[in-house]
Design a protein around this ligand. Structure first.
Ligand code: HEC
Length: 204
């Protein structure tokens, strides 16, 4: 079978420090926060409550409830309620992980108060493209990678012929590692069995 590309993309995330008097930067301060603390459950594939927070467009499009962010009004934005645990401790986000710090929550509130806009600032992104991977029917594809800094990691397998993504997975690498993270910096990340399943399905 001619399955095509394996593309691990890693975006290095160094959460920016807020500078008094300057507006909060979505790209430098807010996007890294969502990517490091929420991507494990609200990433690209099958996000909890249909809320993806690792892309500006999906964040603003919202999830099952909808309208999680009300620009200009942090007090009306239920995203903040979930983060502060106002919906009950079981629904406090990030679920089953350490709460965000007061400083992180304050930045989020301030960003929403300032209009929740995308300033298109971005940290460095690196991608590794393996142009062709020989795969035969029923054989597992195993991929291992090691990312040495805090990052949002996107792994995808693409069918060369159709250009279709057969498998996409994303998650965060951060220290300390929590249950929803892919790994801590420097640890091996291994992906395989679910990839096999999807590739098998695609062969039918
Ligand atoms: C370990 C998994 C996990 C992590 C990490 C996580 N969430 Fe969630 N999130 C969930 C689940 C599960 C639900 C659905 C909760 C429910 O309905 O009881 C949810 C629901 C939500 C909702 C409600 C969306 C809607 O429209 O229904 C918001 C908002 C939310 N999460 C924000 C966040 C943010 C922001 C972060 C990171 C700071 C985060 N979550 C991290 C699992 C997670």
């Amino acid at each position: 079978m001619g399955i095509g590309l394996i593309i691990p993309i890693a975006c290095w995330l160094i959460p920016g420090i807020s500078v008094a008097g300057r507006p909060i930067s979505y790209g430098h301060q807010i996007a890294p926060l969502f990517a490091l603390h929420c991507a494990g459950c609200h990433g690209l594939s099958n996000p909890s409550s249909n809320l993806g927070v690792t892309r500006f467009a999906s964040l603003r499009a919202g999830g099952n409830i909808g309208g999680e962010i009300v620009p200009g009004h942090p007090e009306k934005s239920i995203l903040i309620d979930f983060i502060e645990g106002k919906r009950g401790s079981r629904q406090r986000m990030p679920q089953n992980s350490n709460p965000l710090s007061q400083a992180q929550i304050a930045s989020l509130r301030e960003w929403i108060r300032e209009g929740a806009e995308n300033d298109h600032a971005a940290g460095p992104c690196f991608d590794l493209i393996i142009p062709r991977v020989p795969a035969s029917s029923g054989e597992p594809i195993q991929m291992e990678s090691r990312i040495t800094a805090s990052a949002l990691v996107i792994v995808s397998v693409r069918d060369q012929l159709s250009g279709r993504d057969l498998y996409v997975d994303d998650g965060s690498v951060k220290y300390p590692r929590e249950a929803a993270n892919m790994a801590a910096p420097g640890e091996w990340i291994s992906r395989g069995s679910s990839m096999l399943l999807l590739c098998r399905m695609a062969q039918r």
